[in-house]
Design a protein around this ligand. Sequence first.
Ligand SMILES: C[S@@+](CC[C@H](N)C(=O)[O-])C[C@H]1O[C@@H](n2cnc3c(N)ncnc32)[C@H](O)[C@@H]1O
Length: 384
Amino acid sequence: MQVPAQYQGREQSYLKHRVLKEYLLAWGHKLGSLAQHRRVRLCYVDGFAGPWQANDAALADTSIAIGLDALEAAASTWHDKGYPIDVDAYFVEKDPHAFANLQRFIEGRTGRVRTQAFPGEFGTHVGNIRRLLDGDPGFIFVDPTGWKGAAMRFIAPLLADSRQRDVLVNVMFDHINRFKDDPRHFLREQMREFFGLADRDMPAALSEEELFALYRRQLKEQCGVEYAADLAIPHPTVERTKFRLVVGGNSPAVLEVFRDAERKVIGAEAASVRDQAALRAKEEKTGQLTLLAAPPATDSRYESLHARALAQAPRDVLARLATKNSLEFRKLWPELLEAHHVTRPELGKLVWKMYKEGTIRILNLKPDERSVKDDHVLATRTSV
Ligand SMILES: C[S@@+](CC[C@H](N)C(=O)[O-])C[C@H]1O[C@@H](n2cnc3c(N)ncnc32)[C@H](O)[C@@H]1O
């Protein structure tokens, strides 16, 4: 897999756009399937639209085009089968020059998705966009340059009127990490706003994991979503996190789709993306061409999180079952996917292995069944 030339030097954006595309495609297809029963309208909000650092004249390397293409695919799939589906996309951009480009782009576009762009600050348009969403299913993308303007109190109203709304927030870890403990008053205030902490100050010296646990918890509490999970986009050439994408929503499918996208993009594709970035950096430094060896199958940063998750998950399964007499698998897997960097099929295999080893029981297993299913009732070996 070759990283498109427009993304050279900002491979983290490529990975972000790949996750956005994978998630939106699955989201659009899934929610679009409602059109089989009734007329459906899906809404998309890109609150920090850009274009920003675009190198492609057709904006192919921006969330604007990537989002619209994914929505277009979902709309066409269901429309072409004869089902009634409408898709509306709303964009907000503060920078006047970028806004003019955005406006020109959407005006020149044809397709099924209806588009509207608003100039100015995301926060000032929230009330109006909330009315436009009108209780319909939606996907809200929040991708600020740093943290300013992306206060949690701006996100909450857009998730308020339907349980079929997901949010994807790009939390700029490398920026936030530099300023999160800065004592200056205006920065304390901005952090509180971003994390939705009202009068409370940010706890001091949080580690990366603690910081994201706080953000996920706040997203659930302040925006009323049932589930929140994150994935880490690595720096292209250095062993650290560049930013994390945090997803929130009310359906367990949110977690299923998110962890699938993580495995595909951050696990498999990132290995090759980071290999190419490292090679380019080396060539720029030495001026010599280097041959590209086969990259590893999985990126090392994802692999360590994934390995840790596979080791920890059986303990969590047992701990959860210990608090209940028995529990359906459908009640168990969402909370495990929320906490761990594993996919649902992987978790299913792991639980089946626990059953085969005799660590847990499946109370309603039928003789011909060979894998764990949602309606299977799980119990520890000793529960009555
Ligand atoms: C990180 S860039 C977005 C990139 C875009 N989502 C993409 O992936 O291609 C952030 C954009 O938000 C704009 N922006 C910054 N503050 C804003 C605010 N408060 N409201 C709306 N847009 C804002 C910036 O001008 C910039 O174009």
